[in-house]
Design a binder for this molecule. Sequence first.
Ligand SMILES: NC(=O)c1ccc[n+]([C@@H]2O[C@H](COP(=O)([O-])OP(=O)(O)OC[C@H]3O[C@@H](n4cnc5c(N)ncnc54)[C@H](OP(=O)(O)O)[C@@H]3O)[C@@H](O)[C@H]2O)c1
Length: 232
Amino acid sequence: MTILLAGATGAVGSVFLPRAREAGLRVIPHVRPQTAQHHPLGHDHDALVCDLADAAKLDRAMSETSTIVCLVGTTRRRFSSGDTYVTSDLAPVEQLVASARRVPLASGSRHFVLLSSLGARQGGGYLGFKWRAEEVVRTSGVPWTIFRPSMFDDADSGATPSDGRRRHAPAVVSAAFRFVRALPGLANFADDVRPIPLTVLADAILRLTKDRAPTTSVLRGREIWSVANKVN
Ligand SMILES: NC(=O)c1ccc[n+]([C@@H]2O[C@H](COP(=O)([O-])OP(=O)(O)OC[C@H]3O[C@@H](n4cnc5c(N)ncnc54)[C@H](OP(=O)(O)O)[C@@H]3O)[C@@H](O)[C@H]2O)c1
């Protein structure tokens, strides 16, 4: 199994990549040229350093890829760097899907794992673009799984996102959800919306990537916690 990891330099990517390699999986981390200049993954032996719009380079990597893990995206505060929801949340997914469709796999089928967000829905703004990216994957013809986690918590994860910022859930939020979770009938709802540790999310993506199942599925917090707990 070879994973093409888009978003390798992000918070989730930086937690997922070492876990996947420790598990013995071959990973091709995608690194944007402007990031490669100042990021350790720019010198990674297996890295694919290119713009995802570079179809020739992307297709070469895709020819070795059995699983695409797409963790790309942006936030409003990064728009000043030139990234937008169109260029970071939608276009990379379209480019990866187009490549997966162009380049046949020698045997078997690929698996597309997309990191979306809790609340993705038709409409505008961040959540609307997350929905549109999901739709690209759902209609791709490539077996897929979509993750819809809530707010990230990077505590004890060793995350090293390229923007250098913490993904820290306020203690009061975590405490409030611990309380809600203990109320009768609210455990699943609380698991969907409470902050999710990046370690749990990365473990769940790893497990699902190895199992290549479930496909045709959108996983909320409750399923992500459940899949992650099977890792050990
Ligand atoms: N933060 C939360 O609480 C939360 C909750 C639910 C879902 N999410 C979603 O989870 C995803 C990952 O979050 P994160 O915190 O790990 O993000 P992050 O640290 O901001 O990382 C984003 C990654 O996407 C890459 N990227 C951005 N635009 C790209 C493009 N046009 N082409 C190729 N790569 C591109 C970045 O590369 P560079 O390093 O080159 O910039 C980086 O590797 C995001 O899509 C986010 O929307 C976040």
